[in-house]
Design a protein around this ligand. Structure first.
Ligand code: TMP
Ligand code: ASP
Length: 253
């Protein structure tokens, strides 16, 4: 059998050529990085959990008419996605102050924001994904004004959906990051939510205790990352009740 073609390898995922034109296989690695890869580790089972969680969120978005690149999960670590041209921006939506916003503006973590705030970072590892404004995006042609209107609308719809889903299982969606891709259909382009949505790219706090159930557990050395992600999966009903308590292997179908 021929070896499949690797299209791109990032910090947490690999993209391979897909089985049909216009598709890719997205493989979730166990690698965890933070602070632009200054901190690195391999965390057994993280890729499996993120593959499953991202499938759950992307399917939910598809079902309510928010287009995503997700087609279907193939196995424990891989999903079939539509090939798209990634807009070189990280779109961040924040509901509560945390992380870099708290640092930049001196607002205590956990402070509710007056309304969801959308921020953009330019995707460039060498530069550490710097924060940019719509002025930079327009001037450098990374996205058109129409794209930006669509991106904000998509980001806020994703926020509504994700906030509701998490709230229902006792989790606060503090903030998250998405990436947007262009898919071409004949002469038209459509924007879709791409990459992944997982606890790697969200801040998720237990509503009652404030316990962190996201990648801050790794960034800040707060305990077992897979236990935190498995707890999110368990609450969402995508993992058996007993799994993820750190007492044994994590069964996931
Ligand atoms: P920040 O507070 O560090 O700017 O992060 C905001 C949100 O974006 C948080 O949910 C984590 C997510 N994020 C990523 O997904 N990738 C990144 O490289 C960074 C810096 C943040
Ligand atoms: N994803 C970034 C990194 O790999 C930063 C982060 O998530 O904290 O380093």
């Amino acid at each position: 059998m021929a070896r499949r073609t690797k299209i791109y390898e990032g910090k947490a995922k690999i993209l391979y050529e897909g089985p049909e034109p216009g598709t890719l296989v997205q493989y979730f690695k166990d690698d965890a990085t933070a602070f632009n890869a200054l901190k690195k580790d391999v965390i057994d089972g993280k890729g499996v959990l993120n593959n499953r969680l991202s499938e759950f969120f992307m399917t939910g978005l598809n079902n309510i008419g928010i287009p995503t690149h997700f087609i279907r999960r193939l196995n424990m670590r891989e999903q079939l996605v539509r090939a798209c041209e990634i807009i070189p921006l990280e779109i961040i939506v924040r509901n509560y102050a945390a992380g870099s916003l708290s640092k930049r503006l001196g607002i205590e973590e956990g402070t509710p924001l007056p309304r969801p705030i959308v921020e953009y970072c330019y995707k460039d590892d060498a530069l550490g994904d710097p924060l940019v404004t719509e002025e930079h995006i327009a001037a450098f042609g990374w996205a058109s004004q129409q794209d930006m209107d669509d991106i904000v609308s998509l980001a806020l719809r994703v926020n509504d959906f994700m906030s509701g889903v998490m709230m229902a299982v006792g989790i606060r969606l503090v903030d998250f990051k998405i990436e947007i891709g262009r898919v071409y259909e004949g002469d038209f382009q459509r924007l879709v939510v791409a990459d992944e949505i997982s606890p790697d790219s969200c801040r998720l706090w237990d509503l009652k205790t404030g316990q962190k159930l996201d990648k801050d557990v790794f960034r800040r050395d707060l305990g077992s990352l897979t236990d935190a992600y498995a707890e999110v999966a368990r609450r969402l009903g995508i993992m058996p009740e007993q799994a993820g308590n750190g007492t044994g292997p994590t069964p996931i179908n």
